[in-house]
Design a binder for this molecule. Structure first.
Ligand code: COA
Length: 203
């Protein structure tokens, strides 16, 4: 389960998902800056001085994690604009024995509500279940983050419960809801992912 995956680009009808390169640093910084209020509301890492050194550190760590099979971070780009960074999506194993993993994502604020997170997550779930051989994937969503809850619902995740004061964001401990999707649920729903236009391929 922890072996490295191929670094080939994965695609959806509208998106390219690929591992990070050093040359992505500037476009990553630009996207973080363009999204800072929304990102820093829900995630612990964005900060007002986020800059090139932060982006380069993230990319270096991301490349090492990919090689070691610890995590797979994908840069999101559209097919018709390879330069603008649309956001990040990651999948990582959390337990080898339980064949479990987790997904996390963000989308730049001026491209939200276009279905990008849902489409990217559908493709990353395919990576999780088909390539990583996972049995269960979870998503943790801060309470009040209606957009991310909606992404979980659209993809058929099941809400399992509440994780109290789980992540420290801007000096406040945020409760999170825990959502999960099982291998058999993904396989049952895959045809509808294709019908919705989130995945290419057979229904
Ligand atoms: C959460 C996030 C990834 C969603 O990205 P996105 O590309 O806009 O997501 P999608 O367009 O695929 O779906 C968003 C859905 O939420 C809905 N939505 C948006 N804002 C909402 C809100 N405040 N309350 C409820 N629903 C909301 C949209 O209408 C859409 O649903 P619909 O397709 O049924 O109309 C993006 O807003 C983001 O990056 N936020 C900041 C970081 C973050 O929260 N990351 C996730 C941590 S778990």
């Amino acid at each position: 389960m922890s072996r490295a995956l191929p670094t080939a680009m994965r695609t959806t009808p509208r998106l390219a998902l690929r591992p990070f390169h050093r040359r992505d640093a500037d476009s990553l910084v630009e996207a973080v800056w363009a999204s800072l209020p929304e990102l820093s509301r829900w995630l612990p890492w964005p900060h007002p001085r986020y800059g090139r050194s932060d982006a380069l550190r993230f990319i270096r760590d991301s490349q090492a994690a990919w090689e070691e099979g610890r995590a797979h971070d994908f840069a999101l780009r559209s097919h018709d604009d390879g330069l603008t960074h649309l956001g990040n999506i990651s999948v990582w194993p959390t337990s080898r024995r339980e064949q479990a993993g987790e997904v996390g994502y963000w989308v730049r604020t001026d491209r939200t509500r276009l279905g990008i997170a849902t489409e990217a997550a559908a493709r990353v779930l395919q990576v999780a279940f088909d390539e990583m051989g996972l049995h269960r994937v979870v998503l943790r969503v801060a309470v009040g983050n209606g957009a991310s809850e909606r992404v979980a619902e659209k993809l058929g995740f099941v809400r399992e419960g509440l994780l109290r004061k789980e992540v420290l964001v801007g000096g406040t401990w945020l409760d999170h809801s825990l959502w999960s999707l099982l291998d058999e649920e993904f396989r049952r729903q895959r045809p509808s992912y294709v019908q919705q236009g989130w995945l290419v391929g057979r229904t």
